[in-house]
Design a binder for this molecule. Sequence first.
Ligand code: SAH
Ligand code: SF4
Length: 446
Amino acid sequence: MKEKKIYVNTFGCQQNEADSETLLAIAESKGYKETDRAEDADLILFNTCAVREHAELKALSTTGALKHLKAKNPNLKIGLCGCMVQQEHRAEDIRTKYPYVDFVFGTNKISSFGDILDRVEHSKKRLFLVESYEKNPGKICEGLPVKRKYPYRAYVSVMYGCNNFCTYCVVPYVRGRERSREKESVLEEVRGLVQNGCKEITLLGQNVNSYGKDLAAPVSFSRLLEEICKIPGDFVVKFMTSHPKDATEELFDTIWKNPKCERHFHLPLQAGSNEILKKMNRKYSFEEYYALVQSLRRRMPEIAITTDIIVGFPGESEEDFQRTLNAMEKCRFDGIFSFNYSPRKGTPAAKLPDRIPDEVLKDRMARLLRLQESIQTEKNREMVGRTLRALCEGESKTDPRYLSARSDSGRLIHFPKPEAAPSAGDYVAVKITEARSIMLFGEVVL
Ligand code: SAH
Ligand code: SF4
């Protein structure tokens, strides 16, 4: 029998990447083998994102490009899943405008992918399995297989969904309410990974700081971290994302006391103006946020703090934007992810007046990036001369004479390949010799 091949393209965040690892493993259990060439595949699956319009347009145009593959191979099956198609209006777009898409399923149907594959293979009818979270709250299924992309690095979802309803964000609608996994299941998964030599474990959740509040026997995220850190072995635990309103001193203490916790905290600020934060429904002021940054740095001066910023939320005045710049100068972030505000259908912010014109958006974004580049270059220069422990990621993507590694605080470092070159997944000590805005250069020390 001819071997069946599956091609999976993942858009968006780490949660989607983690979901794709499960989808791939389920497909393998049904006799599929992964291919990285869409044109060789018998089945193509796009795991889509909805967080910004740009991500949706990318998924839609890439889907459009599949039309000619289907024309060449009518037996090809094409499917879409993930956050974009969890939205009723997008599922409808696919139904009416993309007739060559054979099946669509929402984020609360991932565990049924095996059955979906059976149905798709044995039916000529198109299959649309999109059900709102009100109808199907998306129960947690333990024990699903996972096809890990790297042996030394793994994602572990600890919770799903979000209860925060920030006014700009589509996530609570496409991922449902917060559901935490049982602590013991998470611990078992991490133990297994560490025993198999995994060195870097990233705990995933939209709002990991509220992990465990919904369990029958509630557990805090700090407690979960503490227990993970007790697992014997040489590994680092990362986690994302943290909401400032739930970031506690207890959590900071746990990180500080446990060297296995990565010296990096991603704490999305979104905006520096209290008025905009209020309109975003973020539930903290800049002053409260800044107190958290100080509290983290007081305990761990070496910690890297990164953030997310949205530019051009409806009604953002020049003064509001200036407050974001001031916030960046005060917090001196080690890295930022900045996004132009993107109206999302069905969210309260999409109905707000006073959209920011494109040229103003562009100008603000350019100013924000310029400021961050100067802060980051300055901060990175402070690293020159220091020796950092880092996990080797293999050859540099731009120059094969170099290797790349990530420090325990998440900093990207390039260094010339030494004679006895470390492999991907080995820890190395690197002395920093040069700093640029987004990366460091160094040499391996023995
Ligand atoms: N749960 C996480 C991640 C949410 S999505 C958190 O709360 O941080 C990741 C980032 O995308 C957000 O932090 C926000 O900065 C950005 N984002 C979400 N919705 C957006 C929108 N409609 N327009 C622009 N950026 C958005
Ligand atoms: Fe979206 Fe806010 Fe939830 Fe993050 S916390 S996923 S930004 S609603």
